[in-house]
Design a protein around this ligand. Structure first.
Ligand code: BDR
Ligand code: CA
Length: 307
């Protein structure tokens, strides 16, 4: 299985992503690191542990990272995730404690001892932790096979401003640091994730699958749709963060454009906007097209697999 570190800010769709990642036999989740984003760090860190515990995986180590973005003031997204961050899941305090190490130190520690191009990083929150790790220990880039990023927007326009997507807007300076390193990255932006929506028919197929994991995912998707209906009546929630795991397990469902992606960090109305410049040599792959039905079929496979 492919070694993976997941950096996230659960987040309803981060939680759905975690259900997929921990249910995919081809992925070996070595750590979950958390960051301030959809809700404050204390809650994203609790939520990651709670999801692992409910999935029967208290063995997955969870490390808390940065409590705020690098430079800008913090922004959160309770309107889309609920006050707890994972509206749809009953909240209890998880038994499994947070690991004592800071997420940034742990990312550096793990990457330092791994062979070249061997570890995949999945990032589904603001990129603060990854940026700090790459600033503190640039030599870890060697061990990174690829970074899979949920963030940014081009043709679709933004979801937090007319131009910016939440994860990049919440820490544009961190996103700029990560993208400017030139480390290979695949980017699932709103251009991709808006093609994959949790419609009632798709949720109904998941709901027909027995077991706790399917029930949990259905409850999360229904909760997300309830919040989405309040904010944007008539639309169904996009599968932002889950698309990263779908890319890892079924890249054939996606079309990509080799690009160089940059971030506007200049204050003003385009603050946090991503710019995509086609570039044969990369270093980025911008996802342009997703087979949404096939992606949902893969989610069904995961949920039907062994717990
Ligand atoms: C991204 O922002 C967050 O609210 C979601 O969890 C996702 O990572 C979508 O813009
Ligand atoms: Ca997220």
């Amino acid at each position: 299985p492919r070694p993976l570190i997941i950096d996230c800010d659960p987040g309803i769709d981060d939680a759905v992503m975690l259900i997929m990642a921990l249910g995919s036999p081809s992925l070996d989740v070595r750590a979950i690191t958390t960051v301030a984003g959809n809700v404050p760090l204390r809650l994203t860190s609790r939520n990651a542990r709670l999801v692992c515990e409910r999935l029967g995986r208290p063995d997955i180590p969870v490390f808390a990272g940065c409590p705020r973005p690098l430079l800008r003031a913090p922004v959160t997204a309770e309107d889309f995730h609920g006050e707890s961050g994972i509206y749809g899941i009953e909240i209890t305090e998880p038994d499994v404690p947070l690991r004592p190490t800071h997420a940034v130190d742990e990312i550096i520690r793990q990457l330092k001892v791994m062979p070249d191009a061997s570890v995949t990083l999945v990032v589904t929150g603001p990129m603060t932790n990854i940026a700090c790790a790459l600033v503190m220990a640039p030599e870890i880039a060697r061990a990174i096979a690829e970074i899979i990023i949920m963030g940014g927007a081009d043709t679709e326009g933004g979801n937090i401003t007319p131009f910016a997507e939440f994860n990049v807007f919440a820490d544009p300076h961190a996103a700029a640091i990560v993208l400017d390193t030139g480390i290979p990255a695949t980017i699932l932006s709103l251009d991709a994730t808006h093609q994959v929506r949790a419609t009632e028919a798709r949720i109904a197929r998941l709901a027909a699958i027995p077991g706790e994991r399917a029930a949990m995912m259905v409850s999360l998707l229904n909760a997300a749709n309830n919040l989405e209906a309040r904010a944007r009546p008539g639309t169904k929630v996009p599968m932002h963060d889950p698309s990263t795991i779908a890319w890892l397990i079924a890249p054939e469902l996606f079309e990509t454009q080799p690009s160089r992606v940059s971030v506007n960090v200049k204050p003003g109305k385009e603050f946090g906007r991503t710019r995509v410049k086609p570039s044969k040599k990369g270093p980025h792959r911008w996802v342009t097209k997703v087979d949404a039905d096939a992606l949902f079929a893969r989610i069904e496979d995961i949920l039907k697999g062994s717990p």
